[in-house]
Design a protein around this ligand. Structure first.
Ligand code: ZN
Length: 255
């Protein structure tokens, strides 16, 4: 019987992971908050990155910029590196809730849809089940989400790992697992979808016949450390905007 984690006092993240808990990170779902008017773009918080295993980080992982399977793959490689160095760590993954197979090395920030037209790329809850399983099988025990995550995505992650964690999330009270509530649906063809293998094998269409399935990322050659990426204190002036548009023209014509 897997242990049930019910704490009387708050524990640190390392204490929880080292006790064998699978922690579900309820990500920032930044865009959801932005769209709802709760947050505005502002200065960036640089994310800590692990480049040398000998640095001895206690939790190693990646956050944001790429889709779940890509991020799990990255953490797997990091884990290999850490283990090769003869070290031990806990592993964390907090990917996007967007599919990004067409991204280059900078991730979704270079996609033309970034940041306000990414919705057609959103993972389904069933994709999230797959991701949670893949992350767990890779040995990752802090499994969360970043931009694009909605509460039902996090619930799907927690439901996939319910057996391992020993409990279902509280929000599972609101629906049936694997679409089982559809047993009550009035349409018989929808009732026929009240089963796991239907949703596990669905290949959802985007419904956008004029749209490509993949995009071409921008390639301005501007990356971390470049002077163009310094956070501005003031909003972009009209003059600056002209300069940026010129840069865009140049980047497009050289592409
Ligand atoms: Zn993010």
């Amino acid at each position: 019987v897997p242990p049930v984690f019910k704490y009387k006092q708050l524990l640190g993240i390392l204490e929880r992971l080292n006790a064998g808990e699978i922690v579900i990170g309820d990500g920032g779902f930044v865009f959801a908050l932005e769209k709802r008017g709760y947050v505005k773009a502002g200065p960036w918080t640089p994310e800590a990155t692990v480049t040398h295993p000998e640095a001895g980080a206690q939790i190693v992982g990646v956050n944001c910029h790429f889709d779940p399977m890509t991020c799990v793959k990255a953490v797997k490689m990091m884990k290999e590196g850490v283990e090769k160095a003869g070290l031990k760590a806990q592993y964390m993954v907090q990917p996007l809730a967007y599919h990004t197979p067409d991204c280059n090395c900078q991730g979704f920030i270079d996609l033309p849809e970034f940041p306000f037209a990414l919705e057609p790329r959103i993972l389904t809850r069933w994709d999230m089940h797959q991701y949670a399983r893949e992350a767990y099988n890779a040995g990752i025990r802090y499994i969360g989400g970043c931009c694009g995550y909605e509460p039902y995505h996090i619930r799907a992650v927690a439901e996939e790992l319910a057996k391992e964690r020993g409990f279902l999330p509280a929000a599972s009270e609101k629906h049936g697992l694997w679409g089982s509530a559809l047993e009550m649906h009035t349409k018989p063809w929808v009732r026929a979808r009240a089963r796991r293998d239907y949703w596990e094998n669905i290949r959802p269409a985007s419904g956008r016949p004029q749209c490509p399935s993949l995009s071409t990322p921008e390639g301005w050659g501007v990356t971390k450390g470049h002077s163009e990426l310094v956070q501005h204190k003031e909003a972009t002036s009209a003059q600056e905007m002209n300069r940026v548009l010129e840069m865009q023209k140049k980047a497009k014509s050289s592409a």
